[in-house]
Design a protein around this ligand. Sequence first.
Ligand SMILES: *[C@@H]1O[C@H](CO)[C@@H](O)[C@H](O)[C@H]1NC(C)=O
Ligand SMILES: *[C@@H]1O[C@H](CO)[C@@H](O)[C@H](O)[C@H]1NC(C)=O
Ligand SMILES: *[C@@H]1O[C@H](CO)[C@@H](O)[C@H](O)[C@H]1NC(C)=O
Ligand SMILES: *[C@@H]1O[C@H](CO)[C@@H](O)[C@H](O)[C@H]1NC(C)=O
Length: 497
Amino acid sequence: MKLRYFLHLSLYAIILYVLRFGSLQSEALGVNWGIQASHPLPPSVVVQLLKSNGISKVKLFDANSSVVSALVNSDIEVMVGIPNDLLSGLTNPSKAVSWVQTNISPYMSSNVVDIKYVAVGNEPFLTSYNGSYLNITYSALVNIQSALNAAGYGGKIKATVPMNADVIQGGDAPSASIFRSEISALMTQIVQFLNQNGAPYTINIYPFISLHEDSNFPVDYAFFEGSQTPIKDGAFTYENVFDASFDSLIASLAAIGPYGSMKIIVGEIGWPTDGDVNANVDYAKKFNQGFLNHVRSNVGTPRRPSTAIDFYLFSLIDEDLKSIRPGNFEPHWGIFEFDGKPKYELSLSGANGQVLVQASGVKYLTAEWCIYNPNGGDKSKLGDSITYACENSDCTSLGYGSSCNPYLDAAGNASYAFNQYFQRNDQGPGTCDFNGLGQVVTKNPSKGSCEFMIQILEPSLAGSDQFNGGGLSRLWETSTSVILTLIFMTSFFLWSI
Ligand SMILES: *[C@@H]1O[C@H](CO)[C@@H](O)[C@H](O)[C@H]1NC(C)=O
Ligand SMILES: *[C@@H]1O[C@H](CO)[C@@H](O)[C@H](O)[C@H]1NC(C)=O
Ligand SMILES: *[C@@H]1O[C@H](CO)[C@@H](O)[C@H](O)[C@H]1NC(C)=O
Ligand SMILES: *[C@@H]1O[C@H](CO)[C@@H](O)[C@H](O)[C@H]1NC(C)=O
C-alpha cells in the first residue's frame, strides 16, 4: 500500500515539475546585457525585466559591481566578462588572483550570484585589433582559470573566450573550414586548454554582418525560412547561414584534434533595428523569431542534429554609447529600446508564446522636446550646430536606410539632432540654445517610424524611493508554489481515503 502511494506521489511530483518548468531539454533563454549607454536603466529594473520575460541567463561584458549585485539571489545564471584592455595585466598570475578575489569571491558564499562562466576578453582576435591581443589572451585565460581553481570555484565556474566567427577561414562548404592559418597554432592551444578543463568554446555569429559586408550575400540565406540557394556539403544541406557557421566551427575544431564534440556556446546572435538599409524592425523580428523557433525546437544543426543549442541573444537593450566605427547600426541591437520598451512582437519561448513584456518602474524627464526654430537665431550657424549636436549625442537614425530618413526634411534633421543633444544632457539649462536656433516644445515631433525621444530620469536625479521592482514577482512565484503544494496535498489526501 505504502509503495503504491509513494509511486503515485513521485509520478505526481514529476507531472507538476513538467507543468511548472515546461520542456526539460531545451536550453534556457540567454541574453547579452551591455551598459554602454548614456542613461542605463537601473540594474534592479533590468533584473525585473529579465524575470518578467522568463530570461534565465545573462552574459555581461565586465563585472560591474552594481550590475552583478543586482543579480544576487535572482536565480539568473551569469557569465561575467573581462574587457580586452584588462587582458595584458592578467598575464601576471597574481593580478588574475586579485581579479577573482574582487569580482567573483564576494558572490560565492553570501550574497550568492549564480556565476557559471567568465568570458576572458571579447572577440580579441578580430582583425581590426591588428593582433594587439594575440600573444596575451591565452595566458590571461590560463591565469583566470587557475585563480578560479585555487579559490575552489573551478568545478563550477569555467573561463572561456568569446570568439568572433572570422577566426575561422571559410571554405566553400562548412566541412572545408579551418582556423585562420596565422592563428591556427594559438587557437589549438586555447581549444586544448578549454577542452581539458571542461570549458565551452564560445562563438559569436552574425548573419547581419555577412549581409552588411557583402551585397551579393543571398538575403534569404540569412533567415530561417528556407533558401533558394541552399549549400550542399557532402551529406549535409544548409538552408541558413547560422547552421553553416555553427558547423564550420565544428569542422574547424575537428580539424585540429579530437574536439569535434566539444560544448559550444553561441555567445552573441541577433539583428539590429536601425542605422543601415538592412537594419530594421521587420528584418530583426524575422531573424530573431526565426532563430528562436529554430533553437527552441531542438532540431540542432546538420552536424549536431537533435541537439539543444546554448545561446545568448544580442542584445537586451539599445546602447547609445557603443562605438559606431563598425557602422551606424551599433547602438540599435536591443530587442528592447533604451527605456525597456519592446521594439516589436517577439516570442522568446518560440512560435506563438507570450510576447515581450516592457520594463516597469521607469521614470522619464518632462514631456518636452527641443526642435529647430526657423524664425530665430543665426542661420549661418545651423550646419555647425547640427554637427555639434550629433557629435555629442546619437544621430544614427538620420542616415540613408534609417528610421528617420524617409520622414525628415533638412529642418526635421536639425530638430532631430537638437533633441538628441537636449535629451542626452537631461534637458539641462542652455542645452536647447544652439545660437538661438533651438526652441523647447511640448508637442511630440515624432513622424512615422522616426521617434523623437524623451530620455529616462537618472536615478541620481530622481531621489531614492523608486525602482522597487522584484517584490511582486517574488510574491507571485511564492503564491504559485503554495497553490501547487495545496493542490498536491488535497489530491493526495483524496486519493488516500
Ligand atoms: C557600473 O556601471 C554604471 C553604469 O554604467 C557606472 O555608472 C558605474 O560607475 C559602474 N561601476 C563600476 C564599479 O564600474
Ligand atoms: C589598426 O591599424 C589601423 C591601420 O594602421 C589603424 O587605423 C587602427 O587604429 C589600428 N587599430 C588598433 C585597435 O590598433
Ligand atoms: C606581446 O607582444 C608585445 C609586442 O610584441 C610585447 O611587448 C609583450 O611583452 C608580449 N606579451 C607577452 C605576454 O608575451
Ligand atoms: C538628413 O540627414 C541625413 C544624415 O546626415 C542625410 O543623409 C539626409 O540627406 C538629410 N536630409 C535632408 C533632407 O537634408
